[in-house]
Design a protein around this ligand. Structure first.
Ligand code: 13P
Ligand code: SF4
Length: 306
């Protein structure tokens, strides 16, 4: 690729975006340079809604692969592009269809509730998907006499189980990035900033979540940060969210709990990759119809119940 200055890259992206009727959507953990060129930035639920509603012909998805797959599942008539093909989610890779089928056979009356951080194959075996923004609401609304298989995040599932008192079988998956956040780190920050509010993402360990003032999705954190009177906020999630929080609330102080909470997959997309993606129309994400149709049902059910 020829060398271009940042403003030239952005100009070309803007030309191609217009020419191809494309929309660039980015997750809250993306690099600042990518968030700055986005048409829309949000959490997993907000991005799914955007992908379902957009009038664009092309969706350039700056997030991880399961998110781009979700966009395609909801809008198969559109071209969905993931700028860097290797940007997967290790938690999504912890659950596979074969093992889920076995678990369903062992618990034939259970409902399968799947976190969107999962493959299309796993979604296709699911009754209803959830995100961190709506899991509590959706699980609470499911028939109370049914057991629940919760896939793949044992932390989010454990938190929902504790809040709802529902009988749940938890898949043993987790987010390696959020697992780096420990109670010790939170307690240290609380001691350092005693007047700060603490926001914690529910992909964190249960003993970490116990220390929260607010348990929120990344989108929920953005809303809370705007509304609260607190001037200092301790942020327990992937470090990329701090960029948006600071940009939207320049007068408030955001304290990351640890510089170690980085998701390397979320950091793979650079603006150069976005430009190449639009120029070469790559990498196209698609899902075979026999998986897409049942997967769509479980995602649409989530959107209905949100
Ligand atoms: P949300 O942005 O939906 O809170 O999810 C966080 C996450 O880890 C996405 O991979
Ligand atoms: Fe997956 Fe965790 Fe990265 Fe989100 S932050 S994409 S759950 S590894």
């Amino acid at each position: 690729m020829e060398f271009l200055a940042e403003n030239e890259i952005i100009d070309r992206i803007n030309e191609l975006r217009k020419q191809k009727n494309a929309i660039i959507i980015t997750h809250n953990y993306q690099l600042g340079e990518v968030q700055d060129i986005a048409d829309f930035t949000g959490d997993s639920l907000e991005l799914s809604i955007k992908a379902a509603d957009t009038k664009a012909d092309v969706i350039v998805f700056c997030g991880v692969k399961f998110m781009a797959e979700t966009a395609f599942i909801l809008s198969p008539e559109k071209t969905v592009l993931l700028p860097v093909m290797e940007s997967g989610c290790p938690m999504a890779d912890m659950a596979n269809a074969e093992d889920l089928i076995k678990m369903k056979n062992d618990h034939p009356d259970a409902l399968v509730v799947t976190y969107v951080n999962s493959s299309a194959e796993v979604k296709a075996l699911t009754d209803v998907c959830v995100t961190s923004a709506n899991a509590l609401k959706i699980v609470s609304a499911l028939p109370s006499d049914r057991e629940i298989i919760f896939v793949p995040d044992k932390n989010l599932g454990g938190y929902i189980q504790k809040k709802t008192g529902r009988k749940m079988i938890l898949w043993p998956g987790f987010c390696p990035t959020h697992m780096r956040i420990t109670p010790k780190i939170i307690l240290q920050k609380k001691q350092e900033y005693p007047d700060a509010k603490v926001m914690i993402h529910p992909e964190s360990r249960l003993d970490v979540i116990d220390l929260a003032d607010e348990v929120l999705s990344t989108g929920g954190m953005c809303r809370f940060a705007k509304q609260t009177d607190a001037r200092k906020i301790i942020v327990a999630t992937e470090i990329g969210l701090i960029y948006r929080l600071k940009k939207e609330n320049p007068d408030k102080m955001f304290i990351p709990v640890t510089e170690q909470a980085v998701c390397p997959n979320m950091k793979m997309h650079r603006i150069e990759n976005v430009l190449e993606s639009l120029e070469k129309m790559r990498y196209r994400i698609s899902v075979p119809e026999k998986i897409r149709i049942p997967a769509e049902k479980s995602i649409r059910k989530m959107l209905e119940m949100s």
